[in-house]
Design a protein around this ligand. Sequence first.
Ligand code: PLP
Length: 376
Amino acid sequence: MTGLNQHLDPLQRSGIRRFTNMAKEVDDCVMLTIGEPDFDTPEPVKAAACAALAAGQTHYAPNQGTLELRQAIAAFERGRGMDCDPAQVLVTVGATGALYTALTGILDAGDEVVIPTPAFSLYETITLAAGGVPVALDLRQGGFQISKAALEAVVTQRTKAVVINSPNNPTGTVLSAASLEAVKQVAMERDIFVICDEVYSQLTYAPCPSLSLDRELADRILLCQSFSKPYAMTGWRVGYLAGPQKVMDRLLLLHAAEVAAVPTFLQTACVTALEQDVGPMRDRYRARRDYCMDRLERMGMSFPKPEGAFYIFLDIRPYGMSSEAFCTRAIREAQVAMVPGSCFGAEGFVRLSYCCADDRLQKGMDRLERFLHGIS
Ligand SMILES: Cc1ncc(COP(=O)(O)O)c(C=O)c1O
């Protein structure tokens, strides 16, 4: 058989899916593994998609995305302070598509991408698939914040980009203004792109500063956004990429070759999504976060304070076992499923997601408490 692209050799299945599947084999297991809203897509968004279909919006959209949606996105971004024109926006297949286009579009083989870790595993996967080299910047010792010295220590002549994700998956933490300033200074001094993955930016429980609003950095920022998380639209697969005009003009060609365009009727519905008030869903997540934090603190667990997204990253180092072993035992012995920190490049921790109904969450916490009691 002729060989495949050798850059695909190191790619592995997502650990999140692996542990979710393991949990599905256990009767009545409480799934605290899932990184997607348990709420349903708002009715007006579904109605807008149906109306668009009924109106015959079943043909190719422009490669870049419909003008109507790009205008709505640009207005939304300007509303939060970003200097954004519809011509700088590319509608993608989720933030996954935005990250794929951004990374494969800027990387030459051997180029390095700095990934502050723990991190969502897709950054590493795409970097590898593009022939690049992922370089982890371990944030466990620094309170999950980025210092200039630590960042400089991993930047080399081959560094092409740094990916920042705030609020973060898997920790739920928000990067401080000082962390962002460190990234900004290094990016400007060393001429590197900053890829801002802000898919959780509307799900925050504290102020969340953003580098994508920094005008001095505008010529090197690539913003990756998604409709998945804020509007409970994970299955719709729509997101966008926004960046400097010259870069976006090139990335459009790559996107056109990858997916041609995102389905037209979905884009029409996304205009309606941008008009939705995400406040009520955010309040529900915040209440669950507060409930979990209170329970976990009373169990004696430590974790960095989650100020966004819907995850808590538990420090399991006192229990003296690997995160894989911890999660496997929790599923099999206590019917509660979480994801090992090793799936995010951070051994010694496990990710708990509070995207589930309140009664299930309570059951999950009760089971975790009993499990911890049994292993201490
Ligand atoms: C940090 C982060 N970025 C990107 C994505 C991908 O999101 P999308 O559904 O828009 O492809 C996820 C999904 O879990 C995520 O957690």
